[in-house]
Structure formats: C-alpha cells, structure tokens
Design a binder for this molecule. Structure first.
Ligand SMILES: Nc1ncnc2c1ncn2[C@@H]1O[C@H](COP(=O)(O)OP(=O)(O)OP(=O)(O)O)[C@@H](O)[C@H]1O
Length: 873
C-alpha cells in the first residue's frame, strides 16, 4: 500500500470526528486503519499507548500489528491491538485488585473443556429418574443454547447466573409450548454449569465479556480505562455483537471511535453480530462522519464485476447506491471466472485442480513453482477439506508416477484442523503453566494428574473431587502443592505459622491496578499470634515515581502526604522482607499484592530470591461458602459480623482480613484438621512427584518466558522420551511446534508472570488453527472460507461448490441463507487474478444436489463454463 487515494487519506487524517467506514472487499480498509494509526502518532495527536485497535480473530490482530509496525517501526509495539476477548481478559487481569472483580483467580477454559463439563452435567441429569421427557442428548447444541441464552440476558442487563433468569431467556429464544419442560431443565442445567465452572476455578468466553462489562459499569473503573484511549478503532465491525459494542461504548467516553467494515462480509451472525442494528446505534449515539471507498486494489476489473454483479443478483434491492461506483485500479480486464461443471468423483475434481495449477506454472508461466502461497483452495467446511486433501495426495502420487518431475513442486497444506492448542499433549503442557499462574486451577490439576501422574487414576481423582472433600475445603489442586502434602493438610502451613506467631496479613495500595507498571504507595502488615491478636505492625508510605492521579479517589492518599511521609520503595521493601522473613503471608485476593510487590521489586533491580508462601482468604471463603452472593472483603465483613470495616486503606483492610481469617480458622480450619488429614494422608506419596514438578515450574514462572517454561515442563514430565518410545511422532512434532510458536511470542520486556498470563489466555481463546498460515511452510493452503477472511491470493480455487454443501445443509435447515450468501461473497472476493469454481456429484451430504445456487448469481458475461465431462450438464 504505497500512496493512499483521496478517500483513504481523508480517513487516515481525520482525527477529529467519529468515523463510520463502510466499504467493499479489497478497497483497503485494513491497510488504511494501520496507516491512520501511524499518522495519528506522527502528527502528535496520540501516543501509541493511547490507541486501541480491536479486531475479531488473532490472525487479524497479528496482520494488523504487522502492518502497524511496518509503518511505525518499533514505536508501533505500544499500540494495543487486541481481539475483544483478549482486551476484556486483560482488563479483568489488570483489575485484579478491584473488589467488584468476580473473576479474579479464575482461568479461561477453552470451548472443549467447557463442553466436557457440560457433558458431565448432561450425563448426570439424564440419568436422574423421571427425566426421560426432558432428556437433552447433544452437548454441542446445548452448549450453543446456553451461550445464546447468556448473551440474551447480558444484552438486557439481566444476567445473574440464576436458573430463573435462564428460564426467561430460554423461553424467549425457543418459545415453543412443547419446550416448556425442556426449557426448565435446560435453565437449571445452565445455572448449574455456571456454578460448577466457577467453583472449579474456570471461566468461559462469555464470562470474559460479562466480567469486563460488570467492571466497566463501575464509574471508577470506566474512567480509568476510558481515559487511557484517545482513539478506538474496530476493524471488521460487521462481526461485532451488540454486547461487544456495549463494551466499546463504555470505553469511548473520551475517544474518537472508528468502525470499519462491510455489511456484505457479515459471517458471524450466528455468534450474535447484527451490523444493521450496530450501524443504526452507532449513528444515533456518535453522529459519525461517514466514509466509503470505491477503488478496489485487489481484483481485476472482470473479477470485480463478477463479485459486485453477484451481490446485486443475490441481494437485489438491498445494495446501497455508492456500491455501483466501485472500480478496479488494475490494468486490463483480467480473465473470467472459470466454472467447471460437476465431476463424477472427488478424485476427478482434485485431479483437475492439480492440472490447472501445473498449467498455470509451466504452460502459462503465470507464477513460479515456489510461489504456491499465491494460490489457495477454499471450501465451505473442514470435512470437505479433509477429504479433498486425501484426494489430492492420491492424485498427486498417480501423476508423479509419470516421472516427468513437473508435478513435484506441488504441495498442499490443510489449514483446517490444526488446532495446535487443543492437542492433548499441548494442553497437558499448558496445564502445568496454568497451575503456575493460578494454583487453584482444578481443571489443569485434573488433566495433569490423569495424563501424567504415575499411578493416579480416575477413581482417586473422582474421590478427591467429591462433595465429601469439598465440604472440608479440600480441592484437587491442593494435592499439587508440596507444603499441603507435607502436612497432609490444605491449611497445615497456615495453622503451623499461626501457632508459631509467623503469620502476617498484608495489603498494599497502589497507583493503579496494573501489576506490571503501577507502583505501591502504602504497604501495611500485621503479624498475628495463635489467637489472632496482633503482635507486630508494619505500616509505611512509599514514594512513587510520579503523581498518584486518579488512584487517590480509591485510597485517599494524596501526593502531598506521600511527599511528607513517603519513603523510598527500596527501603520499605527491604524492611518488609526483614519483617516477614520466614513468615507466611495472608491476604484477601493476596496474589494481586504479591504480584505487584514482586513486579516492582524486579523493576527496581531487587530480584527476590524466593517468592513468599501465601494463603488467600478469598479462596478459603469461596470454598467454604460457595453460595454467598459475592466474596468481597466488605461483604464477608457484614455476613460474619467482623469488628473492623474494610475501607480501602491498607491498614484497615488487613485488620478486617485478619478477623475473617480467624473466623475461618476457628470455625473450620482448626476443628476440621483431623478430618482433612484423614482425607489427604493416603495420597501423599502418590501426588508428591507431580507436586514437586508444579512447584519448580511455578518458581521458574517469575523469571522465565513461556518458551523456557514449556521446555522445562516437557523435560520434567519426560514427554519426549515417552513419545519417542511409543513411536508418537506427531505428538513430538506438536510439542516442537508449541515451542516454536512460544519462542515467537513477544514479551516487550514485561514481567514474565504477566507475559505468561497473557500467553495462556491467548492459547485458550485461539485454538491455534491459523498457525500454519504464519509458519511460513511452503505449500498451497486448503482452507475454509471463514479462515481465509481478510486474506487475498492471486489464484483461488473454490472446491466442492455443490448445493447443500454451499449453502451448507445445516444453514439451509436453519434458514440462514443470507449468511451463506455473504460467505460466498467473501470467498469470491479473495481472488486477485483468477477464480476457479468446481464441485462433484458427491460434494453434498445426500447425493447429487446440483451446482451451488449461488453460482447462478454471477453475471453471465463474467464467467466461462467449461464443457461438461462425460456427457453431464
Ligand atoms: N492506496 C493503495 N495503493 C496500493 N495498494 C493498495 C491501496 N489500498 C489498498 N491496497 C491493496 O489492496 C489490497 C486490499 O487491501 P485491504 O486488505 O486493506 O482491503 P480490505 O478493504 O480490508 O479488504 P477485505 O474487506 O477483503 O478485508 C491489499 O493488497 C492492499 O495492499
């Protein structure tokens, strides 16, 4: 993208208005956004950190980051380019100290783990007597129902996680009177799914949005985040759900907002996107300047005519006027779309595609053998991709047998089913890393124990996860902590420290919520004796490097006071380490406090030798009182009638924390000690080896990057050896791939634990489908249209284009034809030079369904239909 055209320049340089940019495929929306961001910084209208750019897939993020850095160099690293889920997750993590944060210390579960939990719930429900009529068999569809119901509730601001609310949502979504019983059952199961997920230490993708929205509904939090951004960009806005728009809205109070996209590329309506409503609301609420682009830089004039003609025929009157003036900047007319009528077999179709590629390279000399990346094979779904890949292999082998060597350069690369981060062995490695970040992550503990714990079987794990253990405040993850095993007691370390007067409750106040960049302004601690009486106090003010800003509203410590009373952080921290030497630290949501303390010490070059041992009252109360409506310190204070009130002053808060801690000690931890020991002691030696490994990784995680940690997990679990011995080459390759990708993961000099947290969230949110796209492996990609969105190729082959395959049978059944029509548009607009369309009579699920109905919408003068083979028409 060399020189911007006039319309593009106007968008790139308009830093004063809100902007709505709607433009057809290939007109340079994404490129212009990247250019605009560079211009805003160049002209001093914003610092890189004041610009947020949201896209919808990780692939799109990486593409955008790449383009921004191309235009801005290293400075571009400061721009936040995130998926909406990635951004919301970052917000939840950064607000770890916010008492409103319901999702603190929870790990993101990927869709597979959530489905597994759903399977468990369905199984238990379906085997309950009297449930024959309400049986729900398919967890996939049920998961989809729950997802939809959750979104329905959220959009109406009614989500509480209660069955009654779910029932209202289910009845609204499927109001069929025959569904009444079923909806009731579904609602109960949905609520039970939420409860169990959270009690197991997990959150799903919807929870990420819920958590962020909830936090942003608080004035202080909203101000903090919205004041960060002066410019907010959303690319591919047609894919944004109204819920996601709600989040953008909260962030936009001080920012200029730009939404860019193309209604006709909406392909995620099934996930809740609704571009028409979105544009209406955005127009009403922001009065944006509206821009459109009409110069297409991608396709040849003939291909552009085919695509725009397709739209007119497929959508008739719904096409806006300005679309008719779209023109291609490319020279010459280009060549028509080639349509090959039905082949008898998939093999025939595959062979023809191979022959076309060879023809383009050797006869027509349109591209070099090494330029396979300029070609793409597009199909409607993964299943077809898989079958096509097999057919390609077979045909290529047959063709290569002629010994001519002219087929040898062809190599196909199926993108579809890579899903690196969903491979069992990869998830095992990641489970160990999850435990390093969140020691209460029971799901990861379960995976690691069952797959790699010698002698640990299903029965043992089931027993530990049972309600007998739960009632005693014991979780499976406890068995992966050597200190717990040493005492055969989850709370042994705590009780021992208390008995010996070595338990210190502590809390910090800071300039903000970011553990990586904010600074501590107050550090308070009290040491307790066995009866919970205070035996020593520590309460110091710490001088930050800059003003406290907005954070003063929370902790009420002014710059003036810090000037007068504040001491250098190095001195306070060193004194604190001496004060707590050999102590166990306790606090409410204390991992935040430890995290910021460790991070700031590191920033000051005071690398702590050992991370102190700690216990968290939040976790203790979550375990013993899961039914409480929340576990905030203030609320616990009310429920358990403690004397000291929490007030956001570190010293008051620790006294309140010490009181509720003593409540738990006196009501549960001491009286139930023997019962816990009886539960844990039979398993001490069984779990100890794995517990030691987890402890090592956990220690390393404060100092090493994800790549080094991954290497360490693989070696400590002897995974390489195991897979070599068992001839599992693919598994070894996946681990290599995991290491390679982690090596490329940027840390931008941030503290290792922060990088690790973000890395793990990325692997949960992104299945890793697109890893092959970026790995630079030579080959012709076989991809689904969804995967190829936003990309372009000189030569595109659309294979399997039979009706009932495209549009898909499922979409036809669900009446989602419009979405399929748009998907077809996305497919044909990926081509720069030539487009080939083919199918075979076995393409569709139920036999010969004829050509895709969408092909007929391509204008006649833009296509060439080849002769039907073997007398077919
Ligand atoms: N002003 C320009 N000069 C030269 N090339 C350009 C210009 N604008 C866009 N292009 C090229 O046009 C192609 C399409 O651009 P881009 O991917 O940004 O389009 P888009 O509108 O985002 O497409 P889609 O909607 O399909 O995602 C790219 O190859 C880009 O480099």
């Amino acid at each position: 993208m060399d020189i911007l055209n006039d319309a593009q320049r106007m968008v790139a340089e308009d830093g004063t208005h809100h902007i709505l940019l709607t433009a057809p495929a290939g007109t340079g929306k994404t490129g212009t956004l990247a250019r605009r961001i560079a211009r805003l910084v160049e002209k001093g209208m914003a610092a890189p950190e004041e610009i947020l750019c949201l896209t919808f897939t990780n692939k799109a993020c990486r593409e955008m980051e790449h383009r921004i850095q191309e235009y801005m160099g290293e400075k571009g690293q400061g721009v936040s380019v995130k998926t909406i889920h990635g951004f919301c997750y970052e917000l939840i993590q950064a607000e770890a100290d916010n008492p409103e944060n319901r999702y603190v210390n929870l790990s993101v579960w990927d869709e597979e783990d959530c489905r597994e939990l759903m399977d468990d719930i369905l199984e238990k429900w379906n085997t309950r007597p009297g449930n024959e009529r309400q049986m729900i068999r398919n967890s996939r569809y049920f998961f989809y129902d729950v997802d939809k119901a959750k979104r329905w509730l959220l959009e109406r601001n009614r989500y509480t996680g209660e069955a009654a609310d779910y029932l209202a949502a289910m009845n609204a979504i499927s109001p069929n009177p025959f569904n009444v019983d079923k909806n009731r059952a579904r609602a109960e199961m949905a609520a039970s799914y939420d409860r169990q997920l959270h009690s197991l230490g997990g959150m799903d993708f919807n929870d990420i949005l819920i958590g962020a929205l909830h936090l942003l509904s608080d004035d202080g939090c909203r101000r903090r985040w919205s004041s960060r951004f002066r410019y907010l960009h959303v690319d591919e806005m047609q894919d944004m759900s109204m819920l996601e728009y709600g989040i953008v809205l909260q962030l936009a109070s001080q920012a200029r907002v730009l939404l860019a996209g193309d209604y006709f590329q909406t392909i995620y309506e099934w996930r809740g996107s609704d571009p028409i409503q979105l544009i209406q609301r955005f127009t009403r609420e922001f009065h944006p300047e509206v821009y459109t682009f009409t110069e297409n830089y991608r396709a040849t004039p003939l291909l552009l005519k085919a695509a725009e003609g397709y739209l007119r025929n497929a959508f008739s009157k719904d096409i806006p006027d300005e679309r008719s003036s779209v023109s291609s900047v490319r020279e010459g007319q280009g060549e028509p779309v080639v349509i090959h009528p039905a082949f008898e077999t998939l093999d025939g179709e595959a062979r023809w595609i191979i022959q076309c590629i060879e023809f383009l390279v050797h006869k027509q000399k349109k591209l070099q053998e090494a330029e396979q990346g300029k070609i793409c094979i597009l199909c409607r779904n993964n299943a077809y991709n898989e079958r096509l890949e097999e057919a390609f292999t077979l045909q290529l082998n047959q063709l290569k047998a002629d010994g001519s060597g002219r087929w040898d350069f062809i190599r196909f690369l199926r993108i579809g089913e890579e899903k690196l981060y969903r491979k069992r062995e990869v998830k095992d490695v990641l489970a160990a890393l999850h435990l390093a970040v969140n020691p209460f992550d029971n799901n990861s503990a379960r995976r690691l124990c069952l797959n790699w714990g010698k002698g640990i079987g299903e029965a043992t794990v089931k027993k530990i996860l049972s309600s007998d253990y739960r009632k005693l405040g014991i979780a499976l993850s406890d068995f992966l902590r050597p200190d717990v095993l040493r005492y055969a007691d989850t709370y042994g370390t705590l009780l021992q420290a208390l008995d010996e007067g070595r338990l210190t409750v502590f809390d910090v106040e800071s300039t903000g919520t970011s553990t990586s960049t904010d600074e501590i302004v107050q550090l308070a601690a009290v040491t307790l004796n066995r009866d919970g009486q205070v035996t020593a106090r520590f309460n110091r003010m710490v001088k930050p490097s800059g003003p406290v800003g907005e954070s003063e509203k929370i902790h009420h410590i002014s710059d003036e006071r810090l000037k007068a009373e504040g001491e250098p952080p190095e001195k306070v921290f060193a004194d604190f380490l001496a004060f707590t030497s050999n102590h166990i630290l306790a606090g409410h949501n204390v991992s935040y406090d430890i995290h910021i303390l460790m991070s700031q010490m590191r920033r000051l070059g005071m690398d702590p030798v050992e991370i102190p041992a700690w216990v968290d009252t939040l976790e203790i109360f979550r375990r013993y009182y899961p039914e409480l409506k929340n576990h905030k310190l203030e609320y616990l204070g009310e429920v358990f009638k403690v004397h000291h009130k929490s007030s956001h002053n570190a010293y008051d808060d620790i006294l309140a924390t010490a009181e509720i801690l003593m409540y738990a000690v006196n009501h549960h931890l001491r009286p139930e000690r023997d019962a816990r020991r009886a539960c844990i002691s039979p398993y001490v030696s069984l779990f100890m080896p794995m517990a030691r490994i987890v402890q090592d990784i956990s220690r390393m995680s404060w100092k090493q990057n994800p790549n080094a940690l991954i290497g360490q997990v693989i070696s400590q679990l002897n995974m390489d050896e195991y897979f070599t011995q068992h001839g599992k080459t693919r598994e070894r390759q996946h681990l290599e791939e995991l290491k390679r990708c982690a090596e490329a993961y940027p840390d931008y000099g941030r503290p290792p634990q922060d990088v690790l947290q973000e890395y793990l969230a990325m692997t949960a949110l992104d299945a890793g489908d697109e890893i092959l796209w970026q790995s630079g492996q030579a080959g012709i990609p076989i991809a689904t249209v969804h995967q190829a969105k936003g990309m372009e190729f000189d030569f595109v082959f659309m294979a399997g284009m039979a009706d009932e395959n495209f549009p898909s049978f499922g979409a036809l059944k669900a009446g989602m034809l419009m979405e399929e029509k748009r998907l077809f548009y996305v497919a044909i607009t990926r081509a720069r030079k030539r487009l080939f369309i083919s199918w075979n009579i076995q393409s569709s699920r139920f036999g010969d369904a004829g050509a895709s109905r969408f092909i007929a919408n391509l204008p006649k003068d833009t296509v060439i239909v080849l002769q039907a083979p073997q007398g077919r028409t």
